[in-house]
Design a protein around this ligand. Structure first.
Ligand code: NAP
Length: 373
């Protein structure tokens, strides 16, 4: 018996869950609020602290959030996440503080395995595992990032804060993200200094040209940032010339790391189609993935907006689509009305209407599926 078969067998002993949500950022908690209010008793795997990663996602590394509607005075990232979690728990949401180690999407119903508990059977799955910003890995980088000390991986999130106004701000990276962040920061900084490890940008020409012709931007080529100085707040960065090895210091009031993001998809083990950039592929203006009954939301599908509010939006969409999918395919609850000006939204991707022969038949009712009533 293969490990997968053993897992499926073990899992078949416990009742199937209508909605399993993987993640604990804005997309996951918004999906949980919607699914719970639809009486689907979602199970959320919120993860557990591992190294610099903590449940709650990237907002746990953000200090003040001033652009999430409804908080005119601003709110800290951790407080916003705590409030969303509390809101989800106000309804019938079960939370497990553990990591999902694997999912089996090869047969229906699906199986979700985690660090400590028995695997669970899931009738629908919402993947909201986010993306992590890549960090350089310097000794003081994370310390200052975590305490609002002037190191950030998101200019749009943090750049407008008073902390960064009228200061020299450094941006690390040479891709489109770095260009975007640098241009955004010109609105607030006295000067933006891009530090790039090579002598050409990887970014698209149009973005690079815009940056290079901006009067507030200066580029330091062929240079790495090798340390960040400052006890509570950043004071300067240490630079190293990649060709000569020469060291120098640059006084800055902020450091923005823009060297790319990595969507958290490893645990899927290739079972969902991904985009060319490694994000989960979803149908246009939907959260449905390449596997029926599996939805994805938040930064794990988004390398374009990457905002808390857009993550929440797609989390809401995923829960509504899961609710509709359960009504159509598992006879659970009533389908929410999702009509557009062009007519009803298709119930699911084509492959769900005709599941592959090696998949188990999709249960027609909650009773048959063994799901709790
Ligand atoms: P990216 O294209 O992979 O660029 C990452 C940059 O960071 C590269 O210049 C790389 O240097 C540098 N880098 C990587 N690791 C580093 C390290 N440890 N230390 C110093 N520098 C390091 O990532 P991205 O800019 O996030 O873009 C990802 C994708 O999203 C791209 O396809 C991009 O076009 C797209 N995107 C599009 C837009 C837009 O169209 N508006 C905006 C953002 C992103 P090297 O060049 O030397 O490798």
């Amino acid at each position: 018996m293969t490990e997968t078969e053993r897992t499926n067998l073990q899992s078949s002993q416990s009742p199937a869950r209508d909605v399993v949500i993987i993640g604990s950022g804005p997309a996951a908690w918004t999906a949980a609020v919607y699914a719970a209010r639809a009486n689907l008793k979602p199970l959320v795997y919120e993860g557990e602290p591992v190294g610099t990663e903590i449940p709650g996602g990237q907002l746990m590394l953000t200090t003040d959030i001033e652009n999430f509607p409804g908080f005119p005075e601003g709110v800290t990232g951790p407080e916003l996440m705590e409030r969303m979690r509390t809101q989800a728990l106000r309804y019938e949401t079960e939370v497990r503080s553990e990591l999902v180690t694997s999912v089996d999407l090869s047969k229906y119903p699906y199986v979700v395995a985690s660090s400590y508990s028995e695997p669970v059977v899931a009738l629908t799955v919402i993947v909201a595992t986010g993306a992590k910003a890549k960090w350089i890995g310097l000794p003081n980088e994370m310390r200052l990032a975590q305490h609002g000390g002037g190191v950030s991986a998101c200019a749009v999130c943090d750049g407008a804060l008073m902390f960064y106004r009228n200061k020299v701000l450094a941006v690390v990276g040479g891709g489109d993200t770095a260009m975007e962040e640098a241009l955004y920061l010109t609105k607030y900084a006295s000067e933006v200094v891009i530090v790039h490890r090579r002598d050409t940008f990887r970014a698209s020409k149009v973005m690079a040209d815009r940056v290079l012709s901006h009067e507030k931007v200066r580029v330091i080529w062929n240079t790495r940032v090798v340390d960040v100085n400052g006890a509570d707040e950043i004071t300067s960065i240490e630079l190293e010339d990649t060709e000569t090895g020469a060291r120098s210091s640059l006084e800055v009031g902020g450091l923005f790391i823009a060297i790319g993001h990595e969507p958290n998809t490893k645990f899927l083990n290739g079972q969902l189609d991904l985009t060319a950039h490694g994000y989960i592929k979803v149908d246009p203006w939907r959260t449905s993935t390449s596997v029926g009954g599996v939805f994805a939301a938040g930064d794990v599908i988004d390398d374009y907006y990457r905002q808390a509010i857009t993550s929440s939006g797609t989390g809401c969409m995923a829960a509504l689509e899961a609710e509709r999918w359960l009504a159509h395919h598992a006879g659970i609850g009533e389908s929410p009305i999702l009509e557009t000006a062009e007519g009803p939204v298709p119930a699911s991707p084509e492959q769900v209407e005709e599941p592959p022969a090696d998949r188990r038949s999709i249960p027609r009712s909650r009773r048959e599926s063994g799901a709790p009533r």
